[in-house]
Design a protein around this ligand. Structure first.
Ligand code: DLL
Length: 433
């Protein structure tokens, strides 16, 4: 089902007319209400009236996470706090959190984006939705919750953690849809196995996974272990939260971007010049309808490209492939760009290891080295040293074949890598210590 048929299937020419009008209004709004945007646009010599076509967006300055931090906490809000009904913040590992605010209308728009996303994943009002995204300052829990309620689903606001209880309730309540991060879902699948619960005892049929990169191999793993269809959902707090882009169940290939509300661009990672569809670079978003916290050309740091090929599902919104990683998670190992999700691909394809892993990056002299700490599966762990050595060599070989880098492998005992309850921490960077 298409939730908002009119907008989601709009002919591209019509869509572009809507986008331009909204872009112009949004730029005028931030110029008039937020000193940061006015100063930055003045310095760049561009005024709201200069935006005459969608391509003119390239004259506008970028916004970065640092800009948000410098205006902590509410400096980029366009409305006073009495018009704000919700505040979220991203924790981040370093520095100040980034704070975002929503008016009542923003929350309504967000609920629609999430309802559209659920519909794209094949969810209907009849579904029982087990929402294991974290509730709190993180946008995942509440963002998804409002969308599922908007659709009329029965929503279980379980949040993350306490996995055994999650399995019991999913079984007892007959949950049909699971919303969670892929790494936490893997954790749930392990817990189910430990409890001796067979997936056939559950009514789950679809999982909507996002908030962190996950590979195609992980999709196959989760689909086969839980007997579900796994759909990718993307979003970020600075732009909205979950519901910026989503895969359709028809294709499960590429995420449709809600282009009537968010204008995507791909820019070169070094020069920041706009790139053509199909070219890989950094994903940049401009919100078109946000009230409280619009962003202009926000640099997501996510590496991506745009797919303009028409989709069989009927939606006219362009798609983006699965996000493999962020520029700041990208490791450059002896000149080769490596994303943790690529190591994941190798692990899932290798018998004897579990897809629970952490990468430790260190610096020896001027060279970065990488060690993958990988859990051996229960059956293999008791095996002789010779078998484990063989496994190590096999993993090293497969990583070398796929990525062209030498990666140290440290096999660790089952269940020793910290389990994720939300976003998994894949990289431990020792280079700055
Ligand atoms: O993670 C919002 C969200 C919640 C999306 C639930 C989907 C489901 P932030 O905490 O601000 O917001 O983190 C945003 O997470 O820039 C990406 O790097 C990454 N990310 C989000 N979704 C995906 C995805 C939420 N499907 C950052 N694939 C983004 C890969 C993703 N990375």
């Amino acid at each position: 089902m298409i939730w908002n048929e009119k907008n989601e299937t709009m002919p591209r020419e019509e869509l572009e007319v809507v986008q331009l009008a909204r872009l112009q209004a949004q730029v005028e709004r931030v110029y008039a209400t937020v000193p940061y945007y006015r100063e930055k646009m003045d310095a760049a010599g561009v005024a709201p009236g200069d935006i005459k076509t969608l391509q003119d967006i390239k004259h506008l300055p970028f916004t970065t996470k640092d800009d948000l931090r410098r205006n902590y906490p509410f400096g980029l809000f366009t409305v006073p706090l009495d018009r704000i009904v919700r505040i979220h913040a991203s924790s981040g590992t370093t520095g100040q959190p980034t704070v975002v605010g929503y008016t009542r209308r923003d929350i309504k728009m967000w609920a629609e984006m999430m309802a559209r996303s659920l519909a794209a994943a094949g969810v209907t009002q009849k579904d029982v939705v087990h929402n294991a995204y974290g509730y709190g300052l993180f946008t995942g829990g509440l963002g998804a919750h409002y969308g599922a309620e908007e659709m009329g689903c029965a929503v279980i606001p379980i949040s993350g953690g306490n996995s055994k209880r999650q399995i019991t309730l999913m079984r007892d309540f007959g949950s049909t849809v699971l919303l969670a991060t892929p790494s936490y879902t893997l954790n749930l699948a392990d817990t189910m196995a430990e409890m001796g619960v067979d997936p056939s005892e559950l009514k789950l049929r679809v999982g909507i996974f996002g908030a962190e990169p996950w590979s195609e191999q992980m999709r196959t793993e989760l689909e086969s272990r839980l007997k579900i269809k796994a759909v990718d959902i993307y979003g970020l707090s600075e732009v909205l939260g979950p519901g910026v882009a989503v895969e359709c169940i028809e294709e499960q290939r590429g995420l449709h971007i809600m282009e009537d509300h968010f204008l995507p661009e791909i820019v070169d990672r070094d020069t920041f010049e706009p790139l053509a569809p199909g070219e890989k670079g950094e994903l940049v978003f401009t919100t078109l309808t946000k009230e409280a916290f619009p962003v202009i050309r926000y640099r997501t740091k996510d590496v991506c490209q745009l797919i303009t090929k028409v989709c069989t599902c009927g939606r006219t919104f362009h798609r983006m492939p699965k996000v493999t990683g962020r520029t700041d998670d990208m490791l450059i190992i002896r000149g080769v760009n490596v994303f943790p999700s690529q190591i994941e691909e190798v692990l899932i394809g290798t018998e004897g290891v579990e897809p629970h892993y952490q990468l430790v990056v260190s610096r020896e002299g001027s060279l970065d080295t990488i060690e993958a700490q990988v859990e051996v599966s229960e059956e293999f762990f008791s095996d002789e040293v010779r078998v484990l050595e063989g496994l190590t060599r096999k993993l090293q070989g497969n990583i070398k074949d796929l990525l062209g880098i030498s990666c140290k492998i440290k096999l660790v005992e089952p269940k020793t890598i910290q389990r994720s309850e939300g976003k998994a921490q894949r990289v431990i960077d020792k280079r700055n210590i």
